[in-house]
Write a protein that binds this ligand. Structure first.
Ligand code: F6P
Length: 544
């Protein structure tokens, strides 16, 4: 943590210690206006954090942490195009990707990036018009009916999640598929249902060197060439990358390559040409609305004071739960089938960004950073893992995301979804004491010895903290704002934790070792460098 935050940190430790034994139900009993005091609105959104285990004093001290760490100063550095990703010497300017053209320049290395950003957006729009208008034809002259995006991590999770989230806006005649896994089962099952002559592949990779994507791309190319011949590649493959030289080497026509830039991190790239499969799935106008929503959240983040700043509040509450209450995880629980992939998307955004072990100066951290993020769409999770959240005895801060209106209206569904979501947050907060449970069981006519036996099983500790984010509806604008909210939440938390959220060196080591092992798997001698477990696994694979 930065030296400036140490005093505020110390004060928070004292506040947490004093409040450790206070139960959430007592906090609600003591303050009839607790909801009003610990909730905030933005546009037609509501963020209710009254069920978090915070007091007014804790919130005040958390907000002073924001100032002490100079979050506003770091926002200015981000917007100014400084190389805030210092370990890779790069800026983090994903905000430029959704910055409206009329709002002036955004500078990187002294040059305005906005003309290039909007030229690329225009290119996406023209390409989508060709596909949707059935003007783009495959090698046999037929229009495209199926798009296959081949990418992984940030080149997959964002567009995949958003395509599902905006299912209500999908183009009626175009199917969009996603392939990420190196396991051939992923590509094979997608290809199994497709015709080469009506399929277009998007090879999406920032570096255009990622092993998984390059292997899947090569196999897809082989499948296509076998069906239609080598000359068909140009009509059936396009690419999105920062590495246009490698794209050309793969055989993709440079006219069909969409660019982005090294100042866009992979997990922050949905807003760039990496969004191409989403553009094709829902149309360019809806993609523009997504960008507008993200931009609106940027403006809010950059201008609102900490106490009213939605990304800021989420960051501060995460720090409170992690560093002062000792939580090591957070459950992300969207009560929306369309947002079912949001937990997976946020796993990369949050854990790849803030799962760090040294600070910005390279010194080892003596405090925790990003908690383990997990979750699943409600109500499915209720019938799987909620038991542990209610009675497993662990601290599991929960985050509910729910919309007032359904995106697929069906009589009788949405009211029940809302009731379940709010009931869960209430149950987690309140719990049910042994005495309450015993009284309820007795009132139902149960014999006293049975009451004594069963009451412990049927009582709940409660005091499980949660936040509820209530959106009006899941449309492109609100989805854009929601994803930008989490991007900025990650950034704000990283500043207070004093870590670089834009690198991911931890991922590199595994890639390096896989590269060393591959020759051994295919037959080379293991040599001396393998441990006995790894050597044993390789040997077992070679047994016939
Ligand atoms: O998983 C590591 C990572 O570098 C991610 O950060 C990135 O999103 C992913 O690999 C894919 O990289 P690329 O887009 O270069 O193929």
């Amino acid at each position: 943590m930065t030296p400036a935050t140490r005093a505020a940190w110390k004060a928070l430790s004292g506040t947490a210690e004093a409040g450790r034994r206070v139960h959430l139900r007592d906090l609600f009993a003591a303050d009839a206006r607790r909801f009003a005091h610990f909730s905030t609105r933005w546009n037609d959104w509501l963020l209710d954090y009254s069920k978090q285990r915070v007091s007014a004093a804790a919130m005040e001290q958390l907000c002073s942490l924001w100032q002490a760490a100079d979050v506003p100063g770091w926002m200015a550095r981000m917007r100014g195009g400084e190389a805030i990703n210092h370990s890779e010497g790069r800026a983090a300017l994903h905000i430029a990707l959704r910055h409206p053209a009329h709002k002036g320049p955004i500078l990187h290395a002294g040059r305005d990036v906005m003309p290039a950003v909007h030229a690329e957006l225009d290119k996406l729009q023209r390409f989508a018009a060709q596909i949707h208008g059935r003007h783009w034809r495959g090698a046999t002259g037929e229009p495209i009916t199926d798009i296959v995006n081949i990418g992984i991590g940030g080149s997959d999770l964002g567009p995949r999640m958003a395509t599902q989230a905006l299912a209500a806006y999908r183009h009626p005649e175009l199917r969009v598929h996603y392939v990420a896994n190196l396991d051939g089962a992923d590509l094979a099952t997608v290809l199994g249902a497709l015709q080469a002559r009506t399929t277009l592949f998007i090879i999406a990779s920032k570096t255009f060197t990622t092993q998984e994507t390059m292997q899947n791309a090569a196999s897809a190319r082989h499948w296509l060439v076998q069906a239609l011949g080598e000359a068909a590649v140009a009509r059936h493959f396009v690419a999105v990358s920062t590495n246009l030289a490698e794209v050309a080497r793969f055989g993709i026509d440079p006219a069909n390559a969409f660019a982005f830039w090294d100042w866009v991190g992979g997990r922050y790239s949905l807003w760039s040409a990496i969004g191409l499969p989403l553009v094709l799935a829902v149309g360019f106008d809806h993609f523009r609305q997504l960008l507008a929503g993200a931009h609106a959240m940027d403006e809010h983040f950059f201008s609102a004071p900490a106490a009213e700043n939605l990304p800021g509040l989420l960051a501060l509450l995460e720090i409170w739960n992690t560093n002062f209450l000792g939580a090591n995880n957070r459950a992300l629980l969207p009560y929306s089938q369309s947002l079912a992939l949001l937990p997976r998307y946020l796993q990369q955004l949050e854990m790849e960004s803030n799962g760090k072990h040294v600070d910005r100066q390279g010194a080892p951290l003596d405090y925790d950073t990003a908690p383990i993020l997990w979750g699943e769409a409600g109500t499915n999770g209720q019938h799987a893992f909620y038991q542990l959240i209610h009675q497993g005895g662990r601290l599991v801060p929960c985050e509910f995301v729910v919309c007032k209106q359904p995106d697929f209206p069906m009589a009788g569904h949405h009211e029940k979804l809302l009731a379940n979501c709010f009931a869960q947050s209430e149950a987690l907060m309140r719990g049910r004491t042994l005495a309450e449970t015993a009284a309820e069981l007795s009132a139902s006519g149960m014999a006293p010895d049975q009451v004594a036996l069963l009451a412990p099983y049927r009582s709940f500790p409660g005091n499980q903290p949660s936040t509820t984010l209530l959106l009006p509806r899941l449309d492109p604008f609100n989805l854009g704002a929601l994803l930008a909210l989490y991007e900025h939440k990650v950034f704000a938390a990283s500043i207070i934790w004093n870590v670089n959220p834009f690198d991911q060196w931890g991922v590199e080591y595994g890639k390096q070792l896989a590269g060393r092992l591959l020759p051994v798997i295919v037959g080379a001698s293991p040599g001396e460098h393998l441990d006995s477990s790894t050597a044993g696994l390789v040997a077992a694979c070679r047994e016939t």
